[in-house]
Design a protein around this ligand. Structure first.
Ligand code: ADP
Length: 499
């Protein structure tokens, strides 16, 4: 057992801060790395020491494994926490860290490697009795054979990239006539996104819910699960609202999924924190999708309902300590909801809308947690993921957590960029979400940009406000120097409209 005294966080933004806070609580010194674009970032200010590792592009900074290891050597760092994204699921980096005599706060490079390929992962768990979506067991090499298998599985089917992540390289095929075209697209997308064109086929579950199980394993073979998170509200196959527990699992299904998740982790000799993702159909049958070998963005909802600090556990595990929590000790208490606050325009296909945070005031109060990495006046850089914050609420019941979320969203003041907050508020109020009867098609089924129009911000009232502002402007003494035009007023108004 080695105790960690100085930890480098190879990440940025909210997750770097979140990890450093726990490290500080544990008496561990923290080292931040940053790119030239992040010179003034909060994680840089928070750390005990901080080192610039390169220019803005992440390939020249946050992804420079060699430069990061050099920083560790220079500053006598003994461990690296990779957070999520960047180098967190890079087996080569984990290996380099180990070879440099440093501790990687995460699983072994071997586990990362196996679970990094969806096909290798399926093969690894084959010996256990884990339910899987019907599909091809290996990469497709022969199209005629693949079409025959697809007909057997039954359309619609899904073509997926083995190296896939972030919803990329996935194609739905409704009927055999579309097979070749979709296959070509999936392969070329997989090649350009992951440098690996291998794809396989799965039955397309038509009304799927995304439910994932948090696991923790130590280096002595003990593995436990910390129940589920449901992440079915997605745009472009990417999560935007998460909650724990799921609104629909029964204790029996939860138990069965938990046991399957522990088996998946066991199948790859897993240690650290990990997430086993499942897809659940409308009959509540569940099927293994993949395992993420890192801390997830949505980990706070699990922390809220279990009282376990996942980063603290990751650090203990990396130090070689045996897990001090038994499965039987764990209980779900209350309900937590998380919404991801992205600088994106929900009325324009959720396209990134980066810029300066002209106003930035966080909500507060009982049961409200904000994990963020920005302050008023800061710019959201164009180089990285446009997530501003994660807003988490916690209540005794699901209804209480949702009502708290609506209140917190209303208190959150952000201007200067469009955000996903108005969309998330729409979700919180929607009958399908409130009743728990929704699936991953929530956005397609219920959301159109028009639903964010309220009587106060329809065109007429917008025009009236612009006019009123203009008239007030005209009445001001000329010496005041204010020269805002109607067009500027109008664009300012539009800017604030979706606050
Ligand atoms: P990625 O690694 O790209 O995130 P996943 O396998 O985790 O890919 O799937 C991402 C999302 O795609 C899931 O949450 C689900 O919404 C959808 N999905 C994946 N597999 C299927 C399937 N067989 N049927 C229906 N939807 C699926």
């Amino acid at each position: 057992m080695t105790s960690i005294k100085k930890l480098l966080v190879a990440n940025r933004g909210e997750i770097a801060l979140r990890i450093m806070r726990t490290a500080r609580e544990m008496g561990i010194k923290t080292v931040a790395i940053y790119s030239e674009a992040d010179r003034h970032a909060l994680h840089v200010r928070y750390a005990d020491e901080a080192v610039c590792v390169g220019p803005a592009a992440s390939s020249e900074s946050y992804l420079r494994g060699d430069a990061i290891i050099d920083v560790c050597k220079n500053l006598n760092v003994d461990a690296i926490h990779p957070g999520y994204g960047f180098l967190s699921e890079n087996a080569n980096f984990a290996r380099m860290v180990r070879e440099a005599g440093l501790i990687f706060v995460g699983p072994s490079p071997e586990s990362i490697e196996v679970m990094g390929s969806k096909l290798a992962a399926k093969a690894a768990v084959a010996a256990y009795n884990i339910p899987m979506v019907p599909g091809t067991p290996s990469a497709i090499t022969d199209r005629t054979e693949a079409k025959r298998l697809s007909a057997e599985i039954g359309y619609p089917i899904l073509i997926k990239a083995s190296a896939g992540g972030g919803g990329k390289g996935m194609r739905i095929v409704e009927r055999e006539a579309d097979f070749d075209e979709q296959m070509d697209r999936a392969v070329s997308e997989a090649l350009s996104a992951f440098g690996d064109g291998s794809v396989f086929i799965e039955k397309y579950v038509t009304s799927p819910r995304h439910v994932e199980i948090q696991v923790l394993g130590d280096q002595h073979g003990n593995i436990i699960h910390l129940f589920e998170r449901e992440c079915s509200v997605q745009r472009r196959h990417q999560k935007v609202v998460e909650e724990a527990p799921s609104a629909v699992l029964t204790p029996e299904i939860r138990d069965a999924m938990g046991r399957s998740a522990v088996d998946v982790a066991r199948a790859c000799g897993y240690y650290g924190a990990g997430t086993v993702e499942f897809i659940v159909d409308d009959q509540l049958n569940f099927y293994f999708l993949e395992m993420n070998t890192r801390l997830q963005v949505e980990h706070p909802v699990t922390e809220q309902i279990t009282g376990v600090d996942l980063v603290k556990q990751m650090i203990y595990i990396a130090e070689g300590k045996p897990l001090a929590i038994n499965q039987a000790d764990l209980q779900i208490k209350g309900h937590a909801v998380e919404v991801r606050v992205y600088a994106e325009d929900p009325t324009n296909n959720f396209l990134p809308d980066v810029g300066t945070l002209q106003t930035y005031v966080r909500p507060q109060g009982n049961g409200v947690r904000v994990d963020d990495g920005f302050e008023q006046g800061m710019d959201i850089p164009i180089y990285y993921d446009p997530m501003i914050a994660k807003l988490i609420t916690y209540g005794n019941t699901r209804e209480e957590a949702i009502d708290k979320m609506i209140r917190a969203i209303d208190e959150y003041q952000i201007t200067g960029v469009q955000t996903t907050l108005p969309f998330c508020r729409f979700v919180m109020e929607h009958e399908a979400f409130r009743s728990g009867q929704f699936d991953t098609h929530f956005v397609n089924h219920y959301f159109t940009p028009e639903v964010l129009q309220t009587p106060e911000n329809t065109d007429e009232s917008e025009l009236a406000a612009v006019l009123a502002a203009y008239l007030m402007q005209q009445q001001k003494p000329k010496t005041n120097g204010s020269t805002a035009t109607v067009a500027q007023q109008r664009s300012k108004w539009k800017e604030n409209r979706l606050r």
